[in-house]
Design a protein around this ligand. Structure first.
Ligand SMILES: [Zn+2]
Length: 423
């Protein structure tokens, strides 16, 4: 007879958590975020989140990532780029190699220098996010987490903005493929729809461009990026701006909510109903959330004043809304975040939300290898600072007005596409 404990374990929801010592080792080499991966995973482990009895309703299943195959990487990346970044002998960070024309051609310069371990990094980070997507497609998990993924600036043929591999795009390409089991989870006789929500401080340029309806055709994928946009702020793109249905290149499947400096919990709470209306209209089967933490207070980017806590509009509150309120199969990815202990606090907290037992943010950081990094508070919270919020009532009102029309247009396009498909 099955023991009670085993039965309880089987009844629990599964949160797939992608990690391995090899993934942590290569991710910790990323020049823009040295050691961050190690700091993140060791905090999550020291908080006990991986223990089977952490939550009474959910359990974390650690899954080792597979290495992405060349064929899988080539679903998006160009063969020239892959041949270059996967060939270890090119990846020499000596000053001489930094000056070669080929490095420049593939963007391996400035903020994306070549580094030893890059070929392994590319295969493992892409493989990790694809492993997470597999768990959702194969229905072995309702939520899948890959904090080493979320590289939303990497382009088809060049590295950009600290990103060498377009794992978000590869995961979306994988999720959109019909899967035999999918018919059982989808109430519709249609191809799976994927909503990509990007909460990083920076615009998700590569992902938004890859899936714009002009580039992609059928409305199977909708991207929505909430970010800071200002002249000279990376990445420069017309798509990062607030658009209107009257714009010549308007695309209701490639949406942006640009925020001004000092965005706070109140700012996100105010715009959240727009995000929910877009989700309701699009009715996705899968949700992919890029949870970059560079908008949190205390990040060296020093642009937003967002906090982690459970107040309305905080990062934790947003993810709680997605996971509890939307109840879709959800992939949570990492992204930017240059205050490593704060990124670790945030992703540990979001992991506990996924496990349906949010950690109290007054909790003291456990004694573990990264402990000295968490001063002076040595608690889990990331509180807001004193930055002035430039997102005035008037500015946020103008976003709301524009999105009223955008959502009507989105619904119209979806209706038309359904008529075309079924007619
Ligand atoms: Zn960023």
């Amino acid at each position: 007879m099955e023991s009670t404990d085993a039965k309880e374990l089987n009844d629990k929801k599964t949160v797939a958590y992608i990690a391995s010592s090899e993934l942590v080792k290569v991710s910790s080499l990323l020049p823009s975020n040295k050691k961050r991966s190690m700091i993140v995973h060791s905090l999550i482990s020291s908080l006990g989140l991986m223990k089977p009895d952490f939550s009474t309703t959910s359990r974390l299943q650690v899954i080792n990532p597979r290495r992405a195959t060349y064929k899988e990487l080539a679903v998006y990346h160009s063969r020239d780029y892959l041949d270059f970044v996967l060939e270890a002998r090119h990846i020499d960070s000596s000053p001489a190699s930094l000056c070669t024309g080929t490095n420049t051609e593939f963007g391996l310069e400035d903020d994306c220098p070549p580094f030893s371990g890059l070929p392994d990094y590319v295969r493992l980070v892409a493989g990790a996010t694809l492993t997470a997507a597999d768990a959702l497609r194969q229905e072995t998990a309702d939520v899948a987490i890959c904090w080493d993924g979320g590289r939303h600036h990497a382009q088809k043929s060049h590295a950009s903005g600290f990103c060498y591999i377009a794992d978000c795009i590869l995961a979306i390409m994988s999720l959109k493929r019909p899967y035999p089991a999918f018919s059982a989870i989808s109430p519709h006789s249609r191809r799976p729809r994927i909503m990509y929500l990007d909460l990083d401080l920076h615009f998700s340029d590569a992902v938004s461009e890859a899936f714009s309806s002009r580039a992609f055709g059928a409305p199977q994928i909708l991207t929505l990026s909430v970010h800071h946009a200002a002249p000279g702020f990376f990445p420069a793109s017309p798509r990062a701006q607030l658009t209107s249905v009257a714009d010549q290149n308007f695309d209701p499947f490639s949406l942006s909510i640009p925020l001004l400096q000092g965005a706070s919990n109140n700012t996100y709470a105010r715009i959240w109903p727009i995000i929910e209306k877009i989700k309701d209209s699009f009715d996705p089967d899968f949700v992919v959330v890029q949870c970059g933490t560079d908008g949190l207070a205390g990040d060296p980017c020093a642009t937003f004043n967002w906090s982690l806590g459970d107040d309305a509009g905080s990062l934790g509150w947003c993810i709680q809304r997605v996971l509890k309120g939307w109840s879709k199969r959800t992939l949570l990815l990492g992204g930017g975040g240059y205050n490593s202990p704060n990124a670790a606090r945030a992703w540990a907290y979001l992991t506990s939300i996924a496990l349906e037992r949010p950690i109290d943010l007054e909790t003291e950081i456990p004694d573990h290898v990264g402990f000295p990094l968490y001063g002076p508070s040595f608690t889990m919270d990331v509180s807001p600072g004193n930055m002035h919020n430039h997102n005035s009532d008037e500015y946020l009102g103008s976003i709301e007005n524009k999105f009223e029309d955008i959502i009507v247009e989105l619904q119209k396009r979806l209706e038309n596409s359904t008529n075309v498909t079924t007619g």
